[in-house]
Write a protein of this length. Structure first.
Length: 275
């Protein structure tokens, strides 16, 4: 019976210890980035780190402007700030070619001419400027083989001068503004402006040259990568089990009931001589 009691106590202690040694693994989480696609997930210290790809939906534009001398339709890196602008176009094309996060939806090359002079000539000049720049970009970067490119030519209206006139210090600024914003035909507006010599010379040398240009516009969307860090929730540690009671000590080698025995002492004494 003593041995049976001993093994029962040992079993109870073992079960208690097993309960306190439950697994301490990570718990999965449903945390995510809206509209994101999970790219990777890993454990970093006490955190679960996740990387998501979020598709861009808002269109963005990158615009570059190449300038021209009056009556010229050929690209010149030596004119104005064209050298730097042409380099930037090339850098942008190279970047988007290798950038998996940017997706070009359209490319437009639009040539412009200033409104002074013959309308027919200006329209042809504007289109030639666009075509010539596209030819240059194709020879350098094969732009048309990478993206669909639209080409257009436009004659800038006289109203395109209005902002510069408004910021100017011309004494008859309001009069000039009325002329450039009028609905008169372009030749009529030019004739009226030439009647104001000071204003015309200023327009001819400072404003009209800025309208002789070709604009290259890239429209694209840009994806982004978002990273989240979530603290790992670990289960609370189990309480310490109660200590096992001391093992009872047995006083004999048998499981049978112990029977007390009395020990007696027998004393043998010699009989004395009796007179």
């Amino acid at each position: 019976m003593v041995k049976t009691l001993f093994y029962s106590l040992v079993s109870i202690c073992a079960l208690a210890l097993c309960g306190g040694a439950s697994a301490q693994g990570y718990r999965n989480s449903s945390q995510s980035v809206p509209n994101g696609t999970l790219l990777s997930e890993w454990v970093e210290g006490d955190y679960i780190v996740r990387r998501y790809l979020v598709k861009g939906t808002q269109p963005k534009t990158a615009e570059f402007v190449v300038r021209y001398a009056v009556g010229n339709a050929q690209v010149s890196g030596q004119f104005d700030e064209n050298s730097d602008e042409l380099r930037q176009i090339g850098d942008f094309i190279s970047r988007i070619k290798n950038d998996t996060l940017r997706h070009v939806s359209s490319v437009s090359v639009t040539g412009y001419s200033s409104p002074d002079g013959s309308a027919a000539y200006n329209a042809k000049l504007a289109k030639n400027r666009a075509n010539d720049l596209l030819t240059w970009l194709n020879s350098k970067y094969a732009l048309s083989s990478l993206h669909t490119v639209t080409v257009d030519g436009r004659v800038a209206p006289w109203s395109a001068c209005a902002d510069e006139v408004r910021r100017s210090s011309l004494q008859n600024k309001n009069t000039i503004l009325d002329i450039v914003n009028s609905s008169e035909a372009a030749p009529t507006v030019e004739r009226q402006l030439k009647a104001h010599t000071t204003a015309w010379n200023w327009l001819r040398t400072s404003v009209l040259p800025t309208l002789r240009r070709t604009v290259v516009t890239f429209t694209y969307t840009e994806d982004s990568v978002h990273q989240t860090r979530e603290l790992v929730r670990r289960p609370a540690p189990a309480p310490e089990p109660d200590p096992c009671p001391p093992t009872p000590q047995c006083c004999c080698d048998s499981d049978d009931d112990v029977m007390d025995e009395s020990v007696g002492i027998i004393v043998i004494m010699e009989a004395a001589n009796i007179d």
